[in-house]
Design a protein around this ligand. Structure first.
Ligand code: FRU
Length: 538
């Protein structure tokens, strides 16, 4: 078995190598037994309010949909190991996207036939005919990955299959007689179908990742699919294979204009190494996606535009079937990176999801920007708020004194005013002298996170060897930060989500202090720490 299942095989990697310079890593033998979680591990590393499986390995979020008052989250899961292995679809539900309840495994692999990533739709009008008439059938569309064929070096390793549920997504049956619904056309990496209802053109659409392109298919019944177009040749970032695409129509905030957004996950080749989530904005005529001209320019100039510039937001996709009365486009990502996900220092489980986020499309001048904000449901868990209208200082300003203990579940927000072309560095620290720095370099115009002193880092030389950066257009006069902190993660939402950075860390003691330093005068408005209590009943 390989350290990561879809390592390119010799044949197609030669093609990829010539396009992208991507070099496959060698296969590594796995030891991946799940042990019982120690109390210390639970206390230090089990997040307070980010979803983790109780035991075993997790990667991509899959098949998310909303129905009957519940948000469903499925995920790539290997319950018997803490490294990637035979892929199942794990399952969790939530009424509010914050508190999750893990349910029994939804879809099991057959021997050597793994259930890879995909999506699920509520087939309200039973277009598939797979419903039994009582409740709308839920149809999951996923990639079946054949490990035997992979080991034999075959090309047609991946195909798209469906499974259906007639009890609102709790139990599932594979559609044995009709699978595959999309055969492999001779492309080795051919996976991660995202299916959704296209209300504008009254059709089901599927976007999937085909090596380093996105392919579009349409259907009227979820069972017969017609290929309609392809997108991506020489467009955007191509540092590795494209994976886990998503595609949806979205209103431009404050206008009546609608645009289509194509999300494409990419591994490797992310903005700060390893995995990353890029996106494209444009129009869709029911068959072909065409990028908006100004966005195309932006993609070219920036060599890819990303929903998150931190190292730890991957395979992010959005929920289907969120009621129009709610109207939000809700996103969640896997809070890790293939560069080191299988080495992070937890043993009983590995990985968590990002905080669910609301995506919005805004237009500034000529440019469209997909912004992300933590979902507003998080506000319902604020137990205590500490705030200050304004704070000023020079040199080093303490924002939270050592001893304040619940930085492990908090949201910190503040506005920096009257900025000079200087560095503004926040420092989270603990009583063991561990620290994480982040902030704004307003001379060279970027946001950054540096976790090189934040506890355990030596499990992988890719984890903390570089400072992650998100470049901004020019130096800033003011800057608004919203920072979501859990035991092992920081999610920075800059200027209302215009730039986002998400990273994980593994401390030996929780962070208990926060300061900011600069050579220039520091002027802070609207400082607020919200302590969360997600354990409290709701
Ligand atoms: C992304 C990914 C998908 C694939 C899944 C397998 O992280 O590689 O492309 O379906 O993981 O677990």
């Amino acid at each position: 078995m390989k350290s990561k299942k879809h390592l390119p095989l010799a044949l197609y990697s030669a093609v990829l190598l010539s396009i992208t310079g991507f070099k496959p890593t060698s296969a590594i033998a796995q030891t991946s037994e799940v042990t019982v979680s120690s109390l210390a591990e639970e206390q230090m590393y089990r997040p307070n309010f980010h979803f983790t499986p109780k035991k075993g390995w997790m990667n991509d979020p899959n098949g998310m949909f909303f129905a009957n008052g519940y948000y469903h989250l499925f995920y790539q899961h290997y319950p018997d190991g803490n490294k990637w292995g035979p892929m199942h679809w794990g399952h969790a539900i939530s009424k509010d996207l914050i508190k999750w309840e893990e349910l029994p495994i939804a879809i099991y692999p057959d021997k050597d036939k793994y259930i890879f990533s995909g999506s699920a739709v509520v087939d309200t009008h039973n277009t598939s005919g797979l419903g039994t008439g009582k409740t709308a059938p839920i149809i999951a569309v996923y990639t079946l990955h054949d490990m035997t064929k992979e080991k034999e070096g075959k090309i047609d390793v991946e195909q798209q299959d469906i499974a259906f549920s007639n009890d609102n997504g709790i139990t599932w049956q594979k559609f044995e007689e009709g699978n595959p619904v999309v055969k492999n056309p001779g492309i080795r990496d051919f996976r991660d179908p995202k299916v959704s209802w296209d209300e504008t053109h009254k059709q089901w659409i599927m976007v999937l990742a085909a090596q380093d392109r996105a392919q579009f298919y349409k259907s009227s019944n979820l069972k017969n699919w017609e290929f309609v177009s392809e997108f991506g040749k020489n467009i955007g970032a191509h540092g590795g294979v494209w994976e886990c695409p998503d595609f949806f129509e979205i209103k431009v905030e404050g206008t009546k204009e609608k645009k289509w957004v194509l999300i494409v996950n990419l591994n490797p080749g992310g903005p700060n190494g390893g995995s990353g989530v890029q996106y494209f904005v444009g129009d869709f005529d029911g068959k072909t996606f065409t990028m908006d001209n100004s966005f195309a320019e932006r993609v070219k100039n920036e060599k890819g535009v990303w929903t998150d510039y931190g190292k730890d937001n991957y395979a992010g996709v959005t929920w289907n079937n969120v009621p129009t009365s709610d109207g939000r486009r809700l996103f969640i990502g896997w809070m890790s990176n293939w560069d080191y996900a299988q080495q992070v220092p937890t043993t009983a489980w590995r990985s968590s999801t990002t905080i669910p986020r609301e995506l919005q499309l805004i237009k500034k001048g000529n440019y469209y920007n997909l912004i992300s904000k933590p979902v507003r449901e998080l506000d319902n868990y604020v137990a205590e708020t500490i705030s200050a209208k304004s704070l000023n200082g020079k040199g080093n300003l303490t924002l939270v004194k050592d001893g304040f203990n619940d930085l492990t579940q908090s949201v910190i927000s503040l506005d920096l005013k009257n900025l000079k072309q200087s560095n503004y560095t926040f420092r989270l620290s603990n009583l063991d002298g561990e620290s994480l720095s982040f902030g704004l370099n307003n001379k060279e115009n970027y946001l950054f996170i540096d976790r090189s002193k934040a506890g355990k880092i030596d499990f992988s030389d890719k984890f903390a060897s570089t400072v992650s950066k998100a470049f901004l257009e020019g130096s800033q006069k003011s800057a608004a930060f919203k920072i979501v902190l859990d035991k092992t993660s920081i999610e920075i939402f800059y200027n209302n989500g215009e730039k986002v950075m998400t990273e994980i860390f593994f401390l030996n003691k929780p962070f208990s202090a926060l300061s900011i330093s600069s050579k220039e005068k520091i002027e802070i408005n609207n400082f607020k720490i919200q302590e969360l209590n997600v354990a409290k009943s709701h």
